[in-house]
Write a protein that binds this ligand. Sequence first.
Ligand SMILES: Nc1nc2c(ncn2[C@@H]2O[C@H](COP(=O)(O)OP(=O)(O)OP(=O)(O)O)[C@@H](O)[C@H]2O)c(=O)[nH]1
Length: 212
Amino acid sequence: MAQAGGVPCPEAAPGQPCVFKLVLLGSSSVGKSSLALRYVKNDFKSLLPTVGCAFFTKEVGSGAASARLEIWDTAGQEKYHSICHLYFRGANAALLVYDITKKDSFLDAQRWLRDLEREAPPGEVVVMLVGNKTDLGGQREVTFQEGKEFAESHRLLFAEASAKLNHQVTEVFSAVVRELLRREERKSQAQTGDRGLALTGAPAGQARCCAH
Ligand SMILES: Nc1nc2c(ncn2[C@@H]2O[C@H](COP(=O)(O)OP(=O)(O)OP(=O)(O)O)[C@@H](O)[C@H]2O)c(=O)[nH]1
């Protein structure tokens, strides 16, 4: 049984990381692609709006304490809305992103969360609400407290970040991975008394280990 973060990862071959699917969702121009680019390549540059979906992978940790994040960056533009939900299927985690200088993008977060929950019942997916663009604090339209209260009322993780300044970006993804590994550990403990069940495969929506 492979380990991820010291956590037994059911189904994984020895030395293979757990694989988690994470989707980025939120309205257009909130900075989803920029957060992914900053996290995966430590880069920030002018980007064209995403068409459909972009895909990144990132190894987290190393050796016996590793996991692989498959990051699906969905398009926020309305014209792609109908296809975006297809990418939510099988997600283990989601970053629900808004722009702290755009109240509308914060109000839209509710709708994106509903769309996600249509594909995965609440509680199955680790969701983190992220208020991006803290470098533009002078133009802020959404307070930290408003973000925090929204997150608490929906049982989401919460952070503010700036892809531009590389502020809190790694911390956001790390917090999600930590929570995913915690859940794997709990699942693994629950399966300890029933090894047969542990070998039959994870139900949809759970972490897929060693998928290629
Ligand atoms: N000031 C500032 N600008 C940012 C930040 N993150 C992204 N941007 C800018 O916001 C604009 C939109 O960023 P994207 O990353 O393309 O946004 P997106 O959410 O992926 O947009 P869609 O692909 O249309 O869904 C770009 O001009 C970015 O340079 C940030 O932290 N601070």
